[in-house]
Design a protein around this ligand. Structure first.
Ligand SMILES: Cc1cc2nc3c(=O)[nH]c(=O)nc-3n(C[C@H](O)[C@H](O)[C@H](O)COP(=O)(O)OP(=O)(O)OC[C@H]3O[C@@H](n4cnc5c(N)ncnc54)[C@H](O)[C@@H]3O)c2cc1C
Length: 253
């Protein structure tokens, strides 16, 4: 290998390292693809080392989606993980734009993709009660977290959806009050629907923890309001999952 090739190889490794921030890469193979709601697709994967995945419910991985121009990195929550079976599932919102759409259309059992992670500060904390807010991109994370909560834990979840068809079934041991908030068929985007619903919500007794995720400006507004209403800063996990015009990534809120 000459010096030029060595330099190119080194630059590529450094570039990959920075993109992946030193996190572990999990090679995944698609085993199944299923439409679970008109705008939600579940993809099941198997990976040779998924028994070693250190997953906290609510955390995500960055999928390295192949496109005509290279790899597009996108965050997706791990919806379910079975360490013994070395499998995981991801639920994708079919919103009609971006790199994910054509990739999902073409995806078939046997296809490969790399996942990097897991990452993220959205995971269950100890609390007397839990407040979850988000839109349809957050159903995988919110449901995964609720499913891990012990018997009778009090949970309020305010979830914005496009319309009734976006509702998904939840089986949980916790005492869950699920508040579906429909946009009545309107497009996803910044709005006050969940904010207004949470405004009517009287905080239960005891120490709560709030998980506020979804469209970035909606998350930001909700977080500020929770702080105004006396929610301790350290008891809110907030993250922007997407916003109009943003391509991939995530927003710190
Ligand atoms: C921590 C984390 C966890 C996430 N978990 C999930 C998950 O489990 N399932 C999931 O589906 N998404 C999830 N997301 C959101 C997902 O990463 C983004 O929606 C991402 O932009 C999708 O990539 P794309 O290629 O489809 O669109 P991009 O190429 O990134 O975006 C193209 C355009 O599409 C629009 N857009 C992007 N996302 C949406 C949306 N959800 N609704 C409407 N318009 C949109 C925007 O206008 C954007 O400019 C998560 C994000 C984060 C940060």
């Amino acid at each position: 290998m000459d010096r030029q090739d060595q330099n190119t190889g080194l630059l590529e490794s450094v570039g990959n390292f920075i993109a992946r921030k030193g996190r572990r890469v999990w090679p995944l193979t698609v085993t199944a693809k299923e439409t679970i709601a008109p705008r939600m697709m579940r993809v099941s994967f198997r990976g040779p080392d998924l028994d070693e995945l250190p997953w906290l419910r609510g955390q995500d991985v960055v999928l390295e989606i192949p496109t005509a121009t290279g790899l597009s990195r996108r965050h997706y929550t791990i919806r379910a993980h079975d360490a013994a079976a070395k499998t995981l599932a991801i639920d994708f919102v079919l919103h009609g734009e971006g790199a994910s759409g054509p990739w999902l259309d073409a995806l078939k059992p046997g296809d490969r993709v790399d996942a990097v992670g897991p990452r993220g500060h959205t995971y269950v904390r100890a609390a007397d009660w839990h407040l979850f807010t988000g839109d349809e991109t957050c159903i995988p994370g919110i449901f995964a977290m609720i499913e891990g909560l012990p018997d009778d834990t009090l949970v309020h979840a305010f979830i914005e959806i496009g319309d009734e068809a976006d509702k998904l079934p939840l089986v949980a041991k916790a005492d869950v009050r699920l508040h579906w908030i429909s946009r009545g068929g309107a497009q996803a985007g910044p709005n006050d629907r969940v904010y207004n619903a949470v405004e009517q919500f009287v905080f239960p007794e005891g120490e709560g923890f709030a998980y506020t995720i979804g469209e970035t400006s909606t998350v930001r507004k909700l977080r500020h309001r929770l702080l105004d209403r006396g929610f301790p800063r350290g008891r809110i996990a907030a993250e922007g999952y997407w916003r109009p015009g943003r391509v991939g990534g995530h927003d710190h809120v």
